[in-house]
Write a protein that binds this ligand. Structure first.
Ligand SMILES: [Zn+2]
Length: 236
């Protein structure tokens, strides 16, 4: 391969890397405004859960209730349609609900119109089932794409990525807890999952066990747990 070919390959690799960052990078703003952490000045954290509600979300609520901590649940519209009473129980327990799409698609495979329809359907389903319209949005797989910005703006949704993700769908509970407690810092947004995409009756035992370990440890270190709204907009 001559130098021109090498240069072209390197440029193509850089472009792909740049695109990947724009699509999935937690601090990328290219496809829509979003935040990935709260202020460093407060000794607070936001626990967030994606892909619910699921049949086992009440197990998560039980742990949070035991320690009297609030969290934010980024729900999928299709899961809310299946389990509306669980979605209402999340809100009734004092937690916040955000929009995590309707069908948990990869937005980079959809047209802007299909993205808008998915996001609208999720928002309508959540509002109809719970009486609350989310103001926060977390894209499925953390993937943003052309059309996400406009769809978000139409619904008045702000994007929320994460500071630390638990990989609770693949790691062991002690590893998940270790990742989150090891990387927790002022203003961090921690990401776990109380469902597994749109699966009915998913096994979230790892998530529940990790939560049982990490919440008391972080409380002992003096952290306060806030909803995303209270972490990002403490005066509201
Ligand atoms: Zn998800």
């Amino acid at each position: 391969m001559d130098w021109r070919a090498t240069r072209d390959v390197a440029a193509a690799a850089a472009a792909v890397a740049g695109t990947a960052w724009a699509v999935r990078g937690r601090s990328s703003q290219l496809f829509g405004p979003s935040v990935w952490r709260g202020p460093r000045s407060c000794h607070s954290l936001a626990l967030t859960f994606d892909d619910g509600p699921s049949e086992d979300t009440p197990r998560v609520l039980e742990v949070l209730d035991r320690y009297a901590v609030a969290a934010t649940f980024f729900v999928c519209g299709a899961n809310v349609a299946r389990l509306p009473a669980v979605a209402r129980a999340v809100l009734a327990a004092g937690h916040e609900i955000g929009n995590h799409s309707y069908a948990h698609p990869l937005y980079c495979r959809l047209s802007p119109r299909a993205i808008r329809e998915d996001l609208d359907r999720a928002q309508q389903t959540i509002q109809a089932s719970t009486g609350t319209a989310p103001v926060w949005f977390r894209p499925p797989y953390g993937v943003r794409w052309f059309g996400v910005r406009a769809a978000q703006q139409r619904l008045g949704l702000s994007g929320v990525m994460w500071t630390v993700i638990g990989y609770d769908w693949s790691l062991k509970a002690e590893q998940v807890a270790g990742r989150l407690t090891g990387r927790a810092c002022n203003g961090a947004i921690l990401c776990l999952h109380d469902g597994r995409e749109l699966q009915a009756g998913p096994d979230i035992g790892v998530t529940v066990e990790a939560l049982r370990r990490l919440v008391p440890e972080l409380l002992e270190r003096g952290y306060r747990f806030e909803t995303v709204s209270r972490l990002l907009c403490p005066t509201t």
